[in-house]
Design a protein around this ligand. Structure first.
Ligand SMILES: *Cc1c(COP(=O)(O)O)cnc(C)c1O
Ligand code: SF4
Length: 383
């Protein structure tokens, strides 16, 4: 058995595992956590567990079950983004087709660690619901028969948890589809189980095999998921470096989580860490309204405040776009950070406030300017 496999094999999974681990830290386990774990599976692998520095820190909160998960909130649902509703009618269950030109292909319900705040809490950790290879093949056929699709987001669960020969088949088949320009793999493995990437040579060979050799082949991107600066370690750096050396561009999405990263200093050190790793922040998600995750939800303005503070105070390309995934599957909506409140299109400018200061902008409509110039030229010709 390879060492990286032991990391997940020895994960905390049962109430008894948790009890034992807590006892080792002289903490008592709440008996109600038994119900929490029965409802929402737990898996805290030994690597991620080792990142916990103290009780209730930003790592603990992401991984260790909380009785709050049983709290019921009126506005929360199991599937607020109505992902089930975007499965094509009568089509493969592995496809979520929300946007015209890109689809999500779900290939796994398993992850290296089950995040307590997961949007797909209704599905993950349930091996029974793991998509079959037959359904995945149907999903790929769906993509092949829809020429408008140019981007496939391979997701789950975590696509890097499936057997490597399956991933090989999926990437190989998708690569053959001529209308695809982009293949994205959404995975938390570089963050929660970097040893998989460091030690599993077979996986790296498969990724290498499918990275494009010409512009005709779709580019492979990896979108990963770091939420806290303590997740940036020498192991995660090494994993990211291996992927970068394959020529795979990496982006990161972060979920805004109460008590984890709803803090300007934490977020700044997270994006700086990502910058040093060569991973570009992509989205900062407002936490979706998912049943069992209500205690992670912040006010919307929190994310706005954090992004405003990053604006002007750090490298422009290290700023994620703050988005709210609209209820009912209406897609991601960028939140207006409110810098340009005083600037309107019908006025010639307005005021703005940025972290650097208060100021005025003058809007000189370029179309008007060109028109004016033309008029002048015309006038000259007529003379
Ligand atoms: C987020 C998402 C995508 C990808 O959206 P981008 O804004 O291009 O990253 C595609 N399909 C679904 C269902 C999604 O939720
Ligand atoms: S890795 Fe992603 S899909 Fe898996 S539990 Fe965490 S947030 Fe959910």
């Amino acid at each position: 058995m390879m060492a990286y496999k032991e990391i997940v094999r020895n994960a905390l999974r049962t109430f008894e595992d948790l009890e034992k681990w807590l006892a080792g830290r002289k903490a008592k386990v709440d008996p109600r956590l038994k119900d929490v774990i029965a409802k929402y599976p737990m898996r805290v692998n030994t690597y991620y567990l080792g990142l916990i520095e103290k009780i209730n820190d930003g790592i603990w909160k992401q991984a260790i079950p909380d009785v709050e998960e049983l709290a019921y909130y009126m506005d929360l649902s199991e599937d607020p983004l109505d992902e089930e509703g975007d499965i094509p009618l009568g089509g493969p269950r592995t496809i979520i087709h929300r946007y015209p030109d890109r689809v999500l292909l779900s290939v796994s319900n398993e992850c290296a660690m089950y995040c307590r705040f997961c949007t797909r809490k209704r599905k993950v950790g349930d091996d029974q619901k793991n998509p079959s290879m037959e359904d995945i093949r149907k999903g790929i056929e769906y993509v092949a028969s829809h020429e408008d699709i140019r981007d496939v987001l391979i997701s789950g669960g975590d696509p890097l948890l499936i057997p490597t020969h399956r991933l090989d088949e999926i990437l190989g088949k998708l690569k053959e589809i001529e209308h695809l320009g982009i293949l994205r793999i959404g995975t938390r493995v570089p963050c929660t189980w970097p040893q998989k990437i460091i030690e599993d040579k077979e996986l790296i060979d498969v990724l290498k095999k499918h990275t494009p050799k010409t512009i005709k082949e779709p580019q492979i991107y990896i979108n990963t998921h770091f939420n806290h600066p303590n997740e940036i370690t020498k192991e995660s750096y090494q994993a990211v470096k291996i992927l970068r050396e394959l020529g795979i561009p990496l982006g990161n999405q972060t979920v805004l989580l109460k008590g984890v990263n709803d803090d300007m200093d934490v977020m700044r050190s997270l994006v700086h860490g990502l910058g040093s790793m060569g991973v570009r922040p992509y989205y900062l998600y407002y936490a979706d309204l998912v049943q069992g995750t209500g205690h992670f939800r912040t006010e919307v303005y929190k994310g706005k405040e954090i992004c405003r503070s990053l604006c002007g105070n750090t490298t422009g390309f290290l700023r994620p776009v703050y988005v709210i995934d609209a209820h009912g599957g209406r897609g991601k909506v960028p939140v207006d950070l409110g810098f340009s409140d005083g600037i309107s299109e019908d006025k010639k400018g307005g005021t703005f406030t940025s972290p650097i200061g208060l100021g005025k902008v003058y809007v000189n409509d370029p179309i008007e300017r060109i028109e004016g110039k033309r008029k002048k030229e015309r006038g000259r010709l007529q003379k």
